[in-house]
Write a protein of this length. Sequence first.
Length: 142
Amino acid sequence: MSDEITDSPTGWVAKHARRYVESNGAEGHLYHGRPTLLLTTVGRRSGVRRRTPLIYGRDGDAYVIVASNGGAAGHPLWYHNLLVLPQVEVQVEAETFTALARTATAEEKPALWRQMVGIHAEYADYQRKTDRDIPVVILTPA
């Protein structure tokens, strides 16, 4: 596996990730007033390290993210990657750490979902747009 990290081919997403990294989280941690982290997963087929900025919440020591994909019919690629390789790298502001990712259980999800909709109300709209159950992911520092 290479040390090189690939950012999204989507221009504004890649720009956000670069600003976040270059400023050590000083720029980009708050994105339109919402806290964001950088999630790096390993491609399940390619082995390429891929970095994605995502809105997050907290649950104790863990970080919580949503695999919304904007309400698209399919899960985001980063979610598919962490299902196969759950050891991920996370950057929150200046801190970078390894975490284990897992999908919230049916019992955990309702409270976490409410929390995340409170941070980013559009998640509720995304869920209405799709037939899939949008996963909530818990990132526990390793």
